[in-house]
Design a protein around this ligand. Structure first.
Ligand SMILES: Nc1ncnc2c1ncn2[C@@H]1O[C@H](COP(=O)(O)OP(=O)(O)OP(=O)(O)O)[C@@H](O)[C@H]1O
Ligand SMILES: [Mg+2]
Length: 310
């Protein structure tokens, strides 16, 4: 390959770029016309409700699936990965939500899973346990993760800690792009905070981070750019300076639906005007002989007891 020619456009090119990318599974269009740029030292958040196409998007970037439309570029060059290994070789590491760990193996062993380090030669070749144990401990400490003991089975760590080990591992093995698929989805507030802190750590080390979530409250504090997906299409791609947390929340599919729900609930009768309207309707119905509810008892939801909770 002619590196001199490739060098100049690549110098300014984003680590990862999608240009009007799309993905069809047979007749199903899972993703349509999505563009995205990931630069070093930046966190790009991908937000969207269930079925919005988030996983499809990261599967393309991670090399699991190929885009059927548009282009996927790494360091300014178009790529067609045929396996996650190819993406990994280009420095694109993915931490899936159901972390593929061996729960009974020690933390250090999981840290080096699939990339074990050996020592010795010929028949004397063996795993360099000491090196791997010390390295895992040091790398975790460098990321601010202070585990009591790297010999403990990884299955004994909390979900948040396991995510952090996976992030530290990707950083150690030289990832340039780190994809996190809903790392905070199953976590409580405190654990989510810990994971968000390591996302920032990875960013500060110069990685380009792609953070998938459906929670704008997790995305906003750490994100530099926000891609909003809905039914496979982009409904917004914003830099942080262009958008507030409130707007981000409002743009999310849940936001609009929540507003509709509030509206409907209001109609059921939290405002006196609306109660009056409903009452009038019932009165008319009663006059016409439709209903049999005495008007006085008809509605005033606010006067009802606090629900007969079970
Ligand atoms: N392998 C597949 N074959 C056919 N359709 C698929 C396939 N994978 C995804 N889809 C469809 O593509 C759409 C987007 O799915 P995707 O998994 O990307 O959504 P998502 O945003 O990750 O949702 P969730 O939040 O539930 O994980 C869905 O309608 C889904 O049914
Ligand atoms: Mg998904």
């Amino acid at each position: 390959m002619n590196t001199r020619e490739a060098a100049s456009p690549a110098a300014a090119a984003p680590l990862v770029e999608l240009r009007a990318a799309g993905k069809r599974y047979g007749n199903i269009i899972a993703l349509r016309d999505v563009s995205l740029e990931v630069s070093p030292g930046e966190v790009t958040c991908v937000l969207g409700d269930n079925g919005a196409g988030k996983s499809t998007l990261i599967k393309i970037i991670a090399g699991l699936h190929q885009n059927t439309e548009g282009a996927y570029l790494v360091d300014g060059q178009e790529v067609k990965f045929t396996s996650p290994r190819e993406a990994l070789n280009r420095g694109i590491a993915t931490v899936y939500q159901d972390l593929a760990v061996a729960p009974l193996m020690p933390v250090w062993r999981n840290f080096f899973l699939g990339s074990e380090v050996s020592t010795g030669w010929g028949p004397f070749r063996r795993l360099d346990v000491e090196f791997m144990r010390e390295t895992a401990k040091k790398e975790l400490l460098d990321m601010g993760i202070d585990l009591r003991d790297v010999d403990q089975p990884i299955g004994t760590l909390s979900g948040g800690e396991r995510q952090c080990v996976a992030i530290a591992r990707a950083v150690y093995f030289g990832a340039k792009v780190l994809i996190l698929d809903e790392p905070t989805a199953a976590l409580g507030v405190k654990q989510s905070g810990v994971v968000l802190r390591y996302i920032i750590q990875a960013r500060d080390r110069g990685l380009g981070v792609i953070f998938i979530t459906h929670n704008p409250h997790h995305a906003y504090p750490v994100g530099d750019r926000f891609l909003l997906l809905k039914r496979g299409q982009s409904i917004g791609y914003h830099e942080k300076s262009e958008i507030s947390l409130e707007e981000l929340t409002g743009l999310m599919a849940g936001g609009a639906e929540l507003e509709q729900l509030v509206h409907e609930l209001r109609q059921v009768g939290t405002s006196t005007d609306e109660v009056r309207v409903i009452r009038d309707e019932i009165e008319e119905d009663t006059a016409a002989g439709v209903g049999h509810v005495p008007v006085t008892e008809a509605v005033n939801i606010r006067d009802l007891p606090e629900t007969e909770g079970k």
